[in-house]
Design a protein around this ligand. Structure first.
Ligand code: AMP
Length: 406
């Protein structure tokens, strides 16, 4: 009995995944979008997974999609249950023993997977001060899920939890200490579930104990972050008080002199919402190169487009700066891993990010780097550091962590 329903609830969306932890298999997944709008979108994929000793089934996955109005998160759960009933798998045959919820912000309070009690709900709600977009949406999903699955435990897995091991020197901003304390301003870090999953999978892949390894994990998706992991513990990460800090992302600027905001407020008449939208939604690859999708940026660069080329160069420049800084923080590095949409698919980004580290013996093998597939080594045999591609699986990680406390 190791099936867990994983829920990732956004303000107008509900992502779900039915995971068999023992078999490390996703039995079904779905995305319900535009909740609360006149026409919502429902996508459901049912997978057929071979049992132990069984031959692989002929049809591996069946996708279904439809449009319909979905009033709220409660209605979204009804729709999800209808999808399971209509397209499978049968929840009576694969009953979830628990529901695992991705919760973005756990503040300084939550550092492990936490069974959701009414008090925990109050805490998640209270942490909305720090994550005004995400925590209320996560909570709406929790409440609707508790109504739909009343008989099983619900567990919160926090995106910030893995980074609770950051030393004070890494999580403290150099601002007025009293003000920072009053407003809980510090670096929290995000994507923790992914960084944890990838660093553990990387240790298994290289066949060395996690405790002995200095690792750097680049999670390069639409949102992007990099983490330095010493002996399995996060010791430095690029996202901070919010996910805005750090690397260049699809639509986020990442690091920027904070005085730019003051200047724009004074000179360009931007208010807080305008600055928020500029830096979170209209910057990064989109702001520089006209698209938040690395595929478009790469195609533009190949076609000689100047804006796309600059966007790519700024993106890579930042990756190199962080790689160097984190190698210095760790006092060396044993394994560097790439994950998420860009990290798993863009060979050029991986090669260029590490291209200047030849002086310390880091060598990416061009042929290996060009191959596709699952977890794989892309460094040359004589490289001083193992460089890997490790597809992330946040759903499996949330399911595992959920199961570990029920
Ligand atoms: P994620 O947030 O992990 O789903 O990553 C999404 C991003 O991955 C997209 O916005 C693209 O920028 C990037 N991506 C996906 N596929 C590719 C690909 N084949 N080559 C380069 N970038 C890709």
């Amino acid at each position: 009995m190791s099936v867990v329903l994983v829920i990732n609830s956004g303000s107008s969306s509900l992502k779900y995944s039915l995971v068999d932890v023992e078999r490390e298999a996703e039995l079904a997944s779905g995305l319900i979008e535009r909740i609360g709008q006149p026409s919502g979108v429902v996508g459901h994929t049912a997978r057929v997974v071979a049992g132990p000793g069984e031959a692989a089934p002929a049809m591996l996955a069946a996708r279904h999609s439809e449009e319909r109005a979905i009033r709220d998160h409660g209605a979204a759960f009804d729709v999800m249950l209808q999808q399971f009933a209509a397209h499978g798998p049968d929840l009576a045959e694969h009953p979830p023993v628990a529901v695992g919820h991705r919760v973005v912000h756990g503040g300084a309070r939550f550092f492990e997977p936490t069974p959701i009690t009414p008090l925990v709900e109050i805490n998640i709600d209270e942490l909305s001060v720090l994550a005004p977009l995400h925590n209320p949406a996560n909570l709406a999903g929790i409440r609707a899920a508790k109504a739909a699955f009343a008989d099983v435990p619900h567990v919160a897995v926090f995106d910030t939890a893995f980074h609770q091991t950051l030393p004070a020197a890494a999580h403290t901003y150099a601002i007025d200490a009293g003000l920072a304390r009053d407003h809980r301003i510090r670096r929290y870090g995000f994507h923790g579930t992914s960084h944890k999953y990838v660093s553990e999978a990387a240790a298994r892949f290289v066949g060395r104990p996690l405790e002995s390894l200095r690792q750097i994990v680049f999670h390069l998706g639409n949102g992007a972050s990099v983490t330095a992991i010493d002996g399995g513990r996060s010791v430095e990460t690029s996202m901070g008080f919010t996910p805005l800090e750090g690397l260049v992302m699809g639509t986020r600027s990442g690091d920027i002199d904070p005085a730019v905001q003051l200047h724009l407020a004074r000179r360009a008449g931007l208010d807080t919402d305008g600055l928020d939208s500029l830096l979170n939604k209209r910057s990064g690859l989109l702001g520089l190169g006209g698209s938040n999708d690395m595929r478009d940026i790469l195609a533009g660069r190949d076609a000689g487009d100047e804006a796309a080329t600059l966007a790519y160069d700024v993106y890579v420049h930042r990756l190199r700066a962080y790689a160097g800084a984190y190698i210095a923080q760790l006092g060396g590095v044993d394994v560097i891993s790439f994950t998420a949409g860009v990290g798993e698919n863009a060979a050029a980004v991986r090669a260029d990010a590490l291209a200047t580290l030849g002086f310390m013996g880091v060598r990416v093998d061009a042929a290996r780097n060009a191959e596709r597939g699952g977890t794989r080594r892309i460094s040359a045999d004589d490289s001083s550091v193992d460089v890997l591609v490790v597809p992330t699986d946040e759903e499996l990680e949330i399911a595992r962590q959920t199961l570990s406390v029920v």
